[in-house]
Design a protein around this ligand. Structure first.
Ligand code: ADP
Length: 188
């Protein structure tokens, strides 16, 4: 049973790696950011509520985020495991996820942190902004997203480190190289 959490700053390449990991392990890729963007493009009630947070690079409040992720984790395909991407990223959400997983057989296998130096992050996000036109890849919003990540998500990492679940992997190099490092690090 593969239950992985993948963390890393904006632009670390988490999303790409998570898609590959999901394929390799035959489990769904569950990305809170993708779920939000899906709601926004479908103009659901939730999408309308959260748009302002995504546009400004702020985190969506925990209650809203947790409720959305809970629904996704309750879908039948997630009982076989999952690659969780971008959730939890506040200490409140860690507690929420703990209680969601407490009702199932076991918790997370590992927490993978993809690490990339700040200068490379900014360059990668600028490139993605040019290529994909994601609204929150605008330079000022990027700066805010990196800041928010450092403020809010560092304590999440500390928490998982104390539990001995964290493996750190460098996100530099080719997509394949990073993928091989992650697979080795999770011991699969
Ligand atoms: P990145 O990690 O590159 O910033 P994501 O696609 O993971 O990109 O997230 C985009 C945005 O979605 C975040 O800036 C935030 O507004 C919102 N978001 C995603 N996951 C969460 C979460 N767990 N808690 C709060 N907000 C979130």
């Amino acid at each position: 049973m593969m239950r992985l959490l993948v963390m890393g700053p904006p632009g670390a390449g988490k999303g790409t790696q998570c898609v590959k990991l999901a394929e390799r392990f035959g489990v769904p890729h569950i990305s809170s950011g993708d779920l939000f963007r899906h709601h926004i493009s479908n103009k659901t009630e939730l999408g309308v509520t959260v748009q302002k947070y995504l546009d400004s690079g702020e985190y969506v409040p925990d209650e809203i985020t947790t409720e959305m992720v809970r629904k996704r984790l309750d879908e039948p395909d997630a009982t076989a495991g999952f690659i969780l991407d971008g959730y939890p990223r506040t200490t409140g959400q860690v507690g929420d996820l703990d209680s969601m997983l407490a009702t199932t057989a076991s918790g997370l296998n590992k927490v993978v942190v993809v690490e990339v130096p700040d200068d490379d992050l900014v360059a990668r996000l600028a490139k993605r902004a040019r290529e994909q036109g994601r609204a929150d890849d605008d330079e000022n919003v990027v700066r805010r997203r990196v800041e928010v990540y450092q403020e809010q998500t560092a304590p999440v990492l500390d928490l998982y480190k104390k539990r001995g679940q964290v493996v750190e992997v460098t996100g530099l190099g080719s997509v394949e190289d990073v993928f091989d490092r992650i697979v080795t690090a999770v011991g699969a």
